[in-house]
Each structure stands twice: as structure tokens, then as C-alpha cells.
Write a protein that binds this ligand. Structure first.
Ligand code: F2R
Ligand code: MG
Ligand code: MG
Ligand code: MG
Length: 370
């Protein structure tokens, strides 16, 4: 059912962020440590059943969810994307709760977006890192709601909307392609028949088929823009981007899934850091790995749980890789796959359920009309 899958994606993403952030930046993480933390959360949820709502202490969400919520709320209010409104929501959310763990560079953009005299909402992001733009994963970490919202809409539409939202804070081509990979993966997961096991090879084939021309186009445009700026004397020469590193990583994922690889190899080959290229393909891998339901130590758990626990066990940018992987997984497996104890333990789940209801209403009304 569409409702369960839309809610499943939004809720799993919140859980990935809230549980993942317990380990963000804590260096090497082991599966035992993650399982221990998860078991404590589950035991506490069982105890909290007897508490009144106000006495429960939920795991707080971080910037990943704060920004995703802004996008979801704006899409619901306008029933389409409204980029200046999303910019204003990002700025207001940051102003109200600056300690959600935002990236060190993006805060400059968020301050600038709060300026009522700002004429061009994309300008602060373009100025980041001496004009090269941020390559952080902040564009991808928050984009899942758009992939859901664009259910049954064209890839071109999803692409343009993803890029507009991403460019409010991130303009480096790697950040853009990363956000596209995440939104494409969420849209694809929601569209597939989930009454039979996921065909991981087919998922990768379709994703690659969709991403490749887009990745090529983004880099070509970037090179062209840089050439013009260099000729105009605005910028020093840029070496450009060689090859298609995201597509290469998707091929690598296919290979990793065939073998019994340890987390060190995954970390080394796919990455686990704050850079989009070093974390967004990793999230896709974690989704597919969890879908295989064969991770030692957690084989008895469901696929969304396996995806989140495994993503966190890789270490590094744990909240962000877990939230992105979970958003894809929840879109395929649905709300029933997110344990009740996890739902009760994470801040922001109730809102995610409401956003899911509204999204489903909007998608269904759009489909009746067309
Ligand atoms: N910020 C964090 N985690 C750090 C500490 C959190 C801790 N819990 C706490 O509260 O103290 N997590 C969040 O940030 C990531 C998303 O970051 P985003 O939005 O992409 O930010 P930014 O600043 O644009 O980029 C992140 C860093 O990447 C490096 N970088 C990016 N582009 C660069 C460029 N062109 N040249 C050089 N460096 C570049 C910089 O170090 C940026 O600060 C998520 O993990 C989210 O959870
Ligand atoms: Mg490790
Ligand atoms: Mg975060
Ligand atoms: Mg993070």
C-alpha cells in the first residue's frame, strides 16, 4: 500500500538519523556496539510503555531530519516545490535550533538565507569554499521526501526539483549527483513491486541507466561553466571531473554484494565520510545489503533494521548514511518493517507519519486528476 511505503520511508529515515547519531564521529564502530545500543533502546521503549508521553525521553534527530522536515512541510503546503519557501524554512529551522549538528560550512549559507534582503537564494551556496561549492552530503541527506513526492512523475521532473533544492546549499557537482542518486533511489524503491524479494541486480541496472546520462550532463555543464568563468577572468582554471565516479561506485556495489566482504573493505572502497561521493553510494549499498537479509549477527531482524544497523556499524558519518539508506529501504518495505520500539523512541516520528499521510493524499489526488 502506498501509505505504508511513504510513511515507512519517512519514519525509517528519522530512525536512521536518531539512532545513527549516537555514533557519528566516534571513529571505529563495531556491530556489537551498535547492537548493544539498539537493544538498550528496545528495552527502554518496553519500560516507557508505562510512562505518560511527557515523561519519555526520545532520541533527538539531527540536521538531516531537520532539513528533510522543512522540505516535506513545504511540499505539503504548496503541493509542489517552492524553492524560496524551502530556503526560508531551512533558515528558520536553523535559527530556532542551531545545535542540531549542522555541517561546519553550511551554517554560513543558512545565516545568509535568513537575510530578508537576499535577492538570489542560490548565491550564498555558490560562494562556498572559494566558489567551488560544498561537496558535503547535506544535499543528499535531506532529499528523500522529494523522491517520494515525485512518485509516478518523470525522471526529468525529479531531476530538476532535486537540483533546485540541493543548490540552495550545495553546488559542487559531486554534491549534486549524490543528491540525484538518493532521490532516484527512493523514487525507484517506491515504484517497485514489493510482493516479491528485491532483485538487487535489477535495482542497480535501473539506477545506473537513470544516473549515467545525468552524471555525464552535470559534469559537462560544470566544465563548460568553468571554462566560461575562466575566460571571463572570474575564476582560476578548474581541472574538471574525470570519468563517472558515481556510476563506477554503483558497479563496485554490484561486485561487493556478490562477495562476503568485511566492513573495512566497504569503508575503504565506498567510503563513510561527510563527502557526498564517500557516503551516498555507501547508503545504496547498505539498502541492498539489508535487503539480502544475510548479515551475520542480525539475520533474524527485518531488512530495514538490518540496513540501519549495518550502516551504523560501518562508522564515520553514521547518522547520514543510516538515514539515506533507511529512506530507500522504508520506501520498499513499508512502515511495518520499522520496529514499533524504534518508532516510539525517536523524536520526529509522529510528524513523519503525518507528512506521509499528506503526501499520499496529494499523490493520490494528482493521479485521479491525470
Ligand atoms: N556536521 C556533522 N557532523 C559533525 C559534528 C556533529 C556533532 N554531532 C556535533 O553536533 O558536534 N553532521 C552533519 O553534517 C553533514 C552534512 O554536512 P553538509 O550539510 O554537507 O555541510 P557542509 O559544511 O557544506 O560540508 C560538510 C564538510 O565537508 C567539507 N567540504 C565540503 N565541501 C568542501 C570543499 N569544496 N572543499 C573543502 N572541504 C569541503 C568541509 O569540511 C565541510 O564542513 C552530515 O553528516 C550531517 O549529519
Ligand atoms: Mg569498523
Ligand atoms: Mg546529522
Ligand atoms: Mg551526519
Amino acid at each position: 500500500m502506498l501509505l505504508s511505503r511513504v510513511q515507512g520511508s519517512l519514519v525509517a529515515a528519522v530512525a536512521g538519523d536518531c539512532i545513527g547519531c549516537l555514533f557519528e564521529c566516534s571513529g571505529n564502530v563495531s556491530m556489537e556496539e551498535v547492537l548493544d545500543a539498539v537493544q538498550k533502546i528496545e528495552q527502554k521503549a518496553a519500560k516507557d510503555k508505562d510512562e505518560t508521553e511527557g515523561d519519555r525521553h526520545e532520541l533527538p534527530f539531527t540536521d538531516d531530519t531537520a532539513m528533510a522536515r522543512s522540505i516535506a512541510a513545504s511540499l505539503i503546503e504548496y503541493k509542489d516545490i517552492n524553492v524560496p519557501d524551502i530556503a526560508a524554512r531551512f533558515a528558520k529551522e536553523f535559527e530556532q535550533e542551531p545545535a542540531r549538528g549542522y555541517g561546519a560550512g553550511v551554517v554560513t549559507v543558512l545565516y545568509a538565507l535568513a537575510d530578508p534582503d537576499l535577492k538570489d537564494v542560490f548565491q550564498p551556496a555558490r560562494k562556498q569554499f572559494n566558489g567551488s561549492g560544498s561537496y558535503g552530503n547535506g544535499g543528499g541527506m535531506r532529499i528523500a521526501p522529494l523522491g517520494l513526492f515525485c512518485h509516478n512523475q518523470s525522471l526529468e521532473e525529479l531531476k530538476e526539483k532535486t537540483l533546485s533544492i540541493t543548490r540552495l546549499t550545495h553546488t559542487h557537482p559531486y554534491a549534486e549527483v549524490g543528491a540525484l542518486l538518493e532521490s532516484f533511489a527512493v523514487q525507484l524503491a517506491l515504484s517497485l513491486d514489493n510482493s516479491k524479494p528485491l532483485d538487487t541486480n535489477n535495482f542497480l541496472d535501473v539506477l545506473l541507466q537513470r544516473l549515467q546520462p545525468t552524471e555525464e550532463e552535470i559534469y559537462e555543464k560544470h566544465t563548460e561553466r568553468n571554462r566560461k568563468e575562466k575566460d571571463g577572468g572570474d575564476k582560476p582554471e578548474d581541472k574538471g571531473i574525470a570519468g563517472l565516479p558515481y556510476c563506477d561506485k554503483l558497479e563496485l556495489i554490484r561486485d561487493l554484494l556478490k562477495r562476503d566482504v568485511d566492513t573495512d573493505e566497504v569503508e575503504e572502497k565506498l567510503g563513510t565520510d561527510v563527502a557526498a561521493l564517500e557516503s551516498i553510494p555507501t547508503a545504496v549499498y547498505c539498502f541492498l545489503k539489508g535487503a539480502g537479509r544475510s548479515i551475520p549477527e542480525i539475520e533474524e531482524r527485518g531488512p530495514v533494521e538490518q540496513t540501519i544497523i549495518y550502516a551504523i556499524s560501518l562508522g564515520g558519518d553514521t547518522d547520514t548514511i543510516a538515514t539515506m539508506a533507511a529512506a530507500i529501504s522504508g520506501a520498499f518495505y513499508g512502515l511495518e518493517s520499522v520496529p514499533q520500539a524504534w518508532q516510539e523512541s525517536c523524536e520526529g516520528v509522529r510528524d513523519a507519519l503525518l507528512f506521509g499521510e499528506k503526501f499520499t493524499e496529494i499523490i493520490s489526488a494528482r493521479e485521479v486528476k491525470s
